[in-house]
Design a binder for this molecule. Structure first.
Ligand SMILES: C[S@@+](CC[C@H](N)C(=O)[O-])C[C@H]1O[C@@H](n2cnc3c(N)ncnc32)[C@H](O)[C@@H]1O
Length: 276
């Protein structure tokens, strides 16, 4: 049976409340296909029956599983290329001057999915600042505990490795374990994973020199985007850098940012160096 309107609306409300992700009318098929495995595992006759069961007898674990099933976790190594080139050719050299006395930088990969983004940053730092005796901490967060478990394990299939990882980096930073590839400890120890909902407070995270907040704002409404960008501004050190996804911008959303073009990439920096 097709997903009922009641089940669809209940799922949309739950997902929006818990993650801020907006599921518009017309996404019934997406909801149904993502929830089929959960319905099957629960022994329900179909997705509507499964959703009705959770709706009538509230079950926290099942609700979390539904929200996580509706996050889109698409990612790859050095995704889109240009932001990572801008990071290593312009941002890292600039930070080398700005942070010369501390010789230490902090980076946040917000909405890190299965870890390719923070590990890509770690590999770039291993070949630059770290080899010169600097310290780098990468904090990687996501809403979904399922993707975080995979990221923490640092193991990837051949198919995942084929998505954007240059062969020399595979050889240098990964070890084959059966049919999978394990990221080496030298890179893995740079990244600290933790669960964080972007709608919650960022107060406990500390301050960052660079934030990668890529390919996640697209799922939120304008008000949520604005509130997240305002919190990110406060989490950046004066003169810090924000990288967004190719389809995302601060323009018309939060006016507290200057935009700087580095190569083909628009990098966002708090106005007045963050002192406004
Ligand atoms: C498409 S992935 C982007 C991964 C990576 N940043 C990239 O660009 O390749 C979006 C990620 O955002 C996470 N996400 C969705 N809503 C979130 C929220 N409210 N708080 C934190 N993370 C969220 C999802 O779990 C998913 O892993």
């Amino acid at each position: 049976m097709a997903l009922t309107a009641t089940a669809f609306e209940w799922v949309c409300t739950l997902v929006r409340r818990e993650s801020a992700i907006v599921l518009e009318a017309g996404k019934e098929y997406l909801v149904e296909s993502r929830l089929v495995p959960l319905a099957r595992a629960a022994g329900a006759t179909d997705v509507s029956a499964y959703v009705d069961g959770v709706r009538i007898r509230p079950d926290r674990k099942a609700q979390t599983a539904i929200v996580e099933a509706l996050t889109t976790n698409e990612t790859s190594w050095f995704r889109d290329g240009a932001p990572f080139t801008a990071f290593s050719t312009a941002v890292v050299p600039a930070l080398k001057q700005a942070r010369a006395s501390a010789r230490s930088i902090r980076i946040w990969s917000a909405a890190c999915s299965t870890g390719q983004e923070p590990f890509s940053l770690g590999m770039l730092l291993a070949d630059s600042l770290l080899s010169e005796g600097w310290r780098a901490d990468i904090i990687a967060t996501d809403l979904s505990t399922e993707v975080l478990d995979k990221a923490r394990a640092g193991r990837f299939s051949q198919l995942e490795m084929n998505r954007g990882l240059p062969a020399p980096l595979l050889v240098r930073h990964f070890t084959r374990v059966g049919t999978q590839w394990q990221v080496n400890d030298s890179i893995r120890k740079l990244v600290q994973f933790q669960q964080l909902n972007l709608t919650s407070s960022f107060a406990g995270l500390g301050q960052f020199d660079v934030v990668f907040l890529r390919n996640v704002l697209i799922y939120f409404d304008l008000e949520t985007k604005r509130s997240i960008l305002a919190k990110v501004r406060k989490a950046l050190r004066p003169g810090g850098y924000l990288f967004l996804g190719g389809a995302e911008t601060t323009l018309g959303v939060d006016e507290g940012w200057d935009r700087e073009l580095i190569g083909r990439v628009s990098v966002h920096r708090p106005k007045n160096g963050g002192q406004a």
